[in-house]
Design a protein around this ligand. Structure first.
Ligand code: GTP
Ligand code: SPV
Ligand code: MN
Length: 595
């Protein structure tokens, strides 16, 4: 078994079963040491799995290319295997567990022959925090080991923390032949088990991330009274030094990393505003001793979308990638051995390679250089605006929860729900245009409740009820207020009306002012909408006229009524699992719109 780093029987027994199944030539435990990382990087470079980039310009940075048909999450091959289909619910793909185990074992059997099995003990959340949970992933991919070593806390100290406990999530990853016809990403929530076969792309194989920290953890949170959400965590520091925290759930590639790392507009900087990043993708939330909700970021790195990231849109993200980063499916500039992607700068490489490794010349190119879902894996500690609370084992108190999506029409720039239950309703009716983060068509509006459609590990009706039940335990004065935002409203020419990015702080300021009861709002059929004059436009008066701002704060009753049809369709799927409260909320919305 290699040199086992633990005597934990549940770990060793499980591991022996995996070894008997996949038959590795060697076993190597990941201890968390720099020497081991350095050695594995060198091996990956020698086999071509990674390309070492210019070490003067990008120290400890590497480029990796996945297979052409393995570039995003595969939602139609992602399964939630609960004992009954009803427990997985109408929005998840399901298979009977014993049948699924057999199918997966048949695919995985002997697949490590000639390969090394890497055993990665990892902690989601600061090691030993009351929020944190431990997992063990075995993989035959060095790329996975190196990514997990950035995205999570790994190594001996995790096993020391685990001790003899069997409370840990089992994860088996088998690259196999990366055959898309045999690709499956499977969660067994009742067994604390994840099996992923025939992929080597991030969200499918970094099992701590979506598979554990959302799908398995959402199920654990349901059973244990807490929540795992697809949310960023942002701290806003006021000129007097006070810091307020918000969380935000936006679907994949809809702006979480950008909001989490935003740079305040100039006029805000001059007044003394600062912003701090706690997390950019996942929040684990539970009630603290003072009755407020607290959030931690269970991750230790950022797996961010590269295209569009530049010194203007998100300098903090770009600076975070300057060291110790793995780039996946971006383009390479052969003149200086650095990376490039669409929207980085105005200097696309003339002498380059596209994300597939083919020659790419800016002057003659007809195809994109980087894949639209190309990503960087960067250590949190590199982030210039990382919150001092990042490692706080108790998390940060949340003032507001913000839902949001990409809607060219319909949803206003921002609105506030009427109370907790109405806020849960607002989250449940989220919809967004699809993006390149998942395989399939891009730009199609689909309902994506709480940005959790691809990530909820059990029946989403029960998940909504869990949200409502959490609300019942909160004193209304202490419960976060719930909002919805839409940075993506377009004018009739198809241009974004709102400048977005750093200017989103203007909206967050309004949100926090509402939480404190410091600003008035207009009551509409859907909730409270700002008066345009109350959104600070100092410095962007020319870019966004008052009329333009008003145009994206309107609530078009006919469009909304049209939209309720698709909400009805969604809700109809849940039968008796649809919470009564949400049915009533929808009836109220329809009545308000018909008034
Ligand atoms: P995942 O990592 O897939 O969960 O994505 P994410 O939600 O973190 O999205 P991210 O912040 O990486 O943004 C994805 C895309 O949205 C990028 O191309 C951004 O340029 C774009 N984007 C982000 N914020 C804004 C905004 O405020 N306005 C506009 N117009 N585009 C934005
Ligand atoms: C997402 O798709 O929401 C991501 C990237 O954050 S992945 O890890 O692939 O899920
Ligand atoms: Mn995400």
């Amino acid at each position: 078994m290699g040199k086992a780093l633990t005597t934990n029987k549940s770990v060793l027994d499980w591991l022996q079963k995996q070894v008997d199944l996949v038959k590795p030539d060697e076993i190597e435990w990941i201890d968390g040491s720099q020497e081991q990382i350095d050695k594995l990087r060198a091996v990956a470079v020698s086999t071509g799995e990674m390309i070492k980039l210019n070490q003067d310009l990008l120290p400890d940075c590497y480029l990796h290319r996945t297979k052409k048909d393995d570039v995003a999450r595969v939602e139609d091959r992602t399964l939630i295997c609960t004992p009954t289909e009803e427990e997985a619910g109408p929005t998840n793909h399901w298979m009977e567990p014993s049948k699924c185990y057999k199918m997966l074992y048949d695919i995985a059997r002997d697949s490590y022959k000639g390969r090394t099995m890497y055993v990665i003990p990892y902690s989601m959340g600061p090691i030993g925090s009351p929020f944190s949970k431990i997992g063990i992933e075995v993989t035959d991919s060095i790329y996975v080991v190196l990514n997990m070593s950035i995205m999570t806390r790994v190594g001996q100290k995790v096993l020391d923390c685990l001790g003899d406990s069997d409370d840990w999530v089992r994860g088996l990853h088998c690259k196999c032949n990366v055959d898309k016809e045999k690709r499956y990403i499977v969660q067994f929530p009742q067994d604390n088990t994840i099996i992923s076969v025939n992929s080597a792309y991030g969200g499918n194989v970094l099992l701590g991330k979506k598979c554990f920290a959302l799908r398995i953890a959402s199920y654990q949170g349901w059973k244990e009274g807490w929540q795992a959400e697809h949310m960023l965590i942002l701290g806003v520091q006021y000129p007097d030094g006070d810091i307020k925290y918000v969380t935000g759930a936006f679907p994949s590639a809809c702006g979480k990393t950008n909001l989490a790392m935003l740079i305040p507009p100039k006029s805000y900087q001059e007044k003394g505003f600062k912003t701090w990043t706690v997390g950019d993708d996942i929040a684990w939330i539970r009630k603290g001793a003072d009755g407020r909700l607290y959030a931690i970021n269970p991750e230790n790195g950022f797996f961010g979308v590269a295209p569009g990231t530049n010194m203007k849109s998100n300098p903090n993200a770009l600076l975070t990638t300057k060291q110790g980063t793995i780039f996946t499916n971006v383009a390479r500039n052969l003149d200086n051995n650095t990376v490039w992607w669409e929207g980085l700068d105005n200097n696309p490489p003339e002498n380059g390679e596209d994300w597939l490794g083919h020659e790419w010349h800016a002057s003659t190119a007809t195809e994109k250089a980087a894949h639209p879902n190309s990503r960087f894996t960067a250590p949190s500690k590199n982030c210039p605006c990382l919150s001092s609370e990042f490692e706080n084992p108790q998390g940060v108190p949340i003032s507001a929860i913000i839902f949001g999506g990409r809607r060219a029409k319909l949803a206003p720039l921002v609105y506030q729900s009427k109370d907790w239950n109405n806020g849960v309703f607002v989250g449940s009716i989220m919809a967004s245009e699809t993006t390149a983060a998942a395989a399939g068509a891009v730009g199609v509006v689909r309902r994506d409740p709480m940005a959790m459609l691809p990530f909820c590990g059990y029946n989403m009706g029960d998940y909504w009820q869990h949200w409502i039940d959490i609300g019942k335990t909160l004193d209304p004065d202490k419960a976060p207020k719930i909002f919805n935002v839409n940075w993506f409203r377009k004018d009739d020419e198809g241009h974004f009306v709102w400048p977005g990015f750093g200017d989103n702080l203007r909206v967050v300021e309004w949100i926090l002012a509402r939480c404190e009861g410091k600003v008035d709002a207009k009551e509409t059929a859907i909730g409270y909408v700002p008066y345009a004059k109350d959104i600070n436009r100092e410095g962007i008066e020319d870019e966004v006229s008052l009329e333009a701002l008003e145009s994206i704060l309107t609530v078009d009753k006919d469009l909304w009524l049209e939209d309720t049809k698709s909400i009805e369709e969604l809700y109809a799927k849940f039968g008796s699992h649809l919470p009564k409260v949400l049915r009533e909320e929808l009836d109220t919305l329809e009545a308000n719109l018909n008034k």
